[in-house]
Ligand binder design. Structure first.
Ligand SMILES: Cc1ncc(C[n+]2csc(CCOP(=O)(O)OP(=O)(O)O)c2C)c(N)n1
Ligand SMILES: [Mg+2]
Length: 335
């Protein structure tokens, strides 16, 4: 099913809804636990918590196929879980151990897993948006059915990269879906200070592509909107901009002091995406309190086992530091 109004994707089954709930819960448990381990000095790296925003990454990635690609923002942890990356793999990446995907050269913030269709994001806010367009063009030129999904924040949408990328994508009809996670702040800067418009989706019109505002706390709404845009891109009709209105419940990064109004945070907490889907599942008799508890216990057990295994891994051999970085490292550097 893929309707003209941009709502698409196959009908979600009970199993799908429960799995979406589990993925969001896993993301929440992982983040909350990792922040504790970081505070305790057990992990050298913290993370940009996506707590409160879980519906965006899960909903947008859920219906993607093996030929599709995503580039997460530094906050889209859910893209990893939904594409099948394990908590152990991300813990290895955080520790930079010998089993980590980059063998210690990168943190989990910019991890890429090509075999799962995940391109590494860049450290430059907004920098991965033009990369996504390049990736989408590569898919088109190779005759692939694949679509690229690009995640970024409201702050990133004020940078030149965003505007150039959207223009080029529209002109070349690149198969890309731009998913803006509008959490109303860039670090500590309110969105209203950085832009004179209410809806980032309006910017799509200036480039000749559809733009839609989506309830980013409703995982099913994000799924349907993304699937509509993915269908369009697959048919060769070009890119779409989706603006998912959302909110992070925690500060930008662990070391940042909370400066946002307490009542604003409270208001958004009432629209917790996990609780919203949980309530629906309970009302429809699909998952009760006991089922939720068991799910959480299973996630916690996997997480505890994963940290033990990740910490037990040796560090990479220092000799490997130039591997897969420079073509001819030693000669090029005169060593
Ligand atoms: C070009 C650039 N400027 C500043 C930073 C530091 N920085 C990292 S995240 C961030 C905020 C980004 O805001 P937004 O795009 O809204 O994403 P969010 O963090 O809210 O998910 C900033 C300023 C950076 N990484 N790159
Ligand atoms: Mg933001």
């Amino acid at each position: 099913m893929d309707r003209k109004d941009g709502i698409g994707g196959r009908e979600l089954t009970t199993k799908d809804l429960v799995e979406m709930y589990r993925l969001m819960l896993q993301s929440r448990c992982f983040t909350e636990q990792v922040l504790v381990w970081y505070e305790e000095g057990r992990l050298p790296q913290g993370l940009h918590p996506s707590v409160g925003q879980e519906a965006v990454g899960v909903g947008a990635c859920y219906g993607l196929g093996p030929d599709d690609w995503v580039i997460p923002s530094l906050r889209t942890a859910e893209a990893f879980w939904t594409r099948g990356v394990t908590m152990l793999e991300q813990l290895n990446a955080m520790l930079g151990n010998a089993a980590s995907v980059s063998r210690g050269k990168e943190t989990s913030h910019h991890a890429g897993y090509p075999e799962r269709g995940i391109l590494a994001g860049t450290g430059i806010v907004g920098g991965s948006i033009p990369v996504a367009v390049g990736g989408a063009l590569a898919l088109k030129m190779r005759g692939s059915e694949g679509v690229m999904v690009s995640f970024f924040g409201d702050g990133a949408s004020n940078r030149g990269d965003f505007h150039e990328a959207l223009n080029l994508a529209a002109v070349l009809e690149a198969p890309v879906v731009f998913v803006c996670e509008n959490n109303l702040y860039a670090q500590t800067v309110p969105a209203a200070v950085g832009m004179a418009i209410e809806d980032i989706a309006d910017r799509a019109m200036g480039y000749g592509m559809p733009g839609r505002v989506v309830d980013g706390q409703d995982v099913v709404a994000v799924y349907a909107a993304t699937q509509g845009a993915v269908g369009r891109a697959r048919r060769g009709e070009g890119p779409t901009l989706l603006e998912c209105k959302t909110y992070r419940f925690l500060p930008h990064y662990p070391i940042f002091e909370e400066k946002r109004p307490a009542e604003e945070i409270e208001r958004w907490r009432e629209r917790d995406p996990i609780e919203m889907l949980g309530r629906r599942l309970e009302e429809e008799g699909l998952l009760d309190e006991q089922g939720k508890l068991e799910m959480e216990e299973a996630i916690e057990a996997e997480l505890q086992e994963a940290i033990g295994e990740a910490e037990g891994m040796p560090m990479p051999d220092p000799q490997e530091v130039f591997e897969n970085v420079y073509r001819e490292p030693v000669e090029a550097m005169g060593l």
